[in-house]
Design a protein around this ligand. Sequence first.
Ligand code: TTP
Ligand code: MN
Ligand code: MN
Ligand code: MN
Length: 431
Amino acid sequence: AKTTVNERTENIPIYECQRETPLQHHNEHITHALEILAKEADFRNDDINYSRALAFRRAACVFKCLPSRVEGVQEIQSLHNIGSHVKRIVEDILDNGYSSEAEKTENNDWFKTMMTFTGVFGVGPAIADKWYRLGLRTIEDLKIEQTLPNKDERISTGLTFHDDLTLPVLRSEAEALADLIRCELDTIDPQYQLVVTGGFRRGKDCGHDVDILLTHPVEGKEKGILEDLLHRLDRQGRLIYGKREQSTWNDGVLQGENIKGQYLKSTLDHFEKWIGIMKLDKKCRQCCLNYGLNSNEKQQELLHSSLDMKKVSHLRPDTMSHMDPKNNSTKRKCPSSSSEDRGTNDRTWYARRVDLIVTPTSQFYYALVGWTGSKHFNRSLRLYAQKELHMKLTSHALYDTTKKHLIPANSEQEVFKNLHLRYLEPVERNC
Ligand code: TTP
Ligand code: MN
Ligand code: MN
Ligand code: MN
């Protein structure tokens, strides 16, 4: 007998970190609209809109973990986190095939400009909005405008390499970069450990950057590794731009921070890190992109899409096939070589965003969970820890605020165990 979505979903737990959220799900027609509205609220950049964005994201997360496609509004009556506004949006989508509110937003001049400008490395909603008010609309406008962006080295670099940086980073590139770094680390001390985190670890096939976590099994030996590594990469001519931040962690950090304060909102942590842009050989882009798309227009749209790069992977069901070097049939030329070569014909590399994070081994598994994300998953974990366990979770540690001590973890499984949560694989943390 056919069970309704309702019957199967009445027991969906409240917190996102208590449920499996896969990368590919059944309600893209709904989450797409909700994520646009969340994005728009984010751009408004104040407390009220922060809450609005969160409400849209929470609702989207519920739809992501449903076992089938929602076809009727009665199916969502008993679900958590679906308020009257979201119900109206879903109704509109089910009646008309799309959300008129989301479509209106997508076509809004301010929204489109905010999308473009916040897609520039170093630019957040405040700067983007300021430029909009000055009448600027396109990347070309920013490049021509002499006075504004060029004062900030980060932004001027972001503009210079904008074409490269909006071309999604492929898994093959993340792996090539990891190999390159692993090779350097091995010559320093083979005990250094490296793991690619972020979206790639959650199973995405492309992303906006490569996130790499570095550690050493002997506590303290991780210190200095970044300086050494960056020096070597620099000598190879691989660094375009980067900012190294010193570790600001100390034992007082965790206890000192206001538990009801900023830390749920912000992803800031205290690790030593390098946020930068590196050169990666073009040949590392082993596109085996089974986009299943024919029109060049659609390919362009995907390659320029900064809202949701995982859309690309949605269209590629064989997520891992290109990892098999024997499987030549999946190795195809990248779609739209014209977009791949936008103004880069004269060089052999692409500029790629890279985050390198150094963690002491005692904090490694909390760092791994934190840097694997998703951002919303982290938020959910932290909120859950705070509300349900009176514990404070960060990318450094889990702190029991009643007993006033840290709870160590020697695996990711142990992080979840310490939180009294069922273990979720990284690919199940895509909320
Ligand atoms: P991002 O690289 O920003 O996001 P992502 O890898 O999930 O997506 P994309 O594929 O577009 O790159 O961040 C990686 C994870 O690290 C993210 O899930 C949250 C976490 N994070 C921190 O813990 N601290 C930080 O300062 C940042 C920026 C992210
Ligand atoms: Mn979509
Ligand atoms: Mn990332
Ligand atoms: Mn990152």
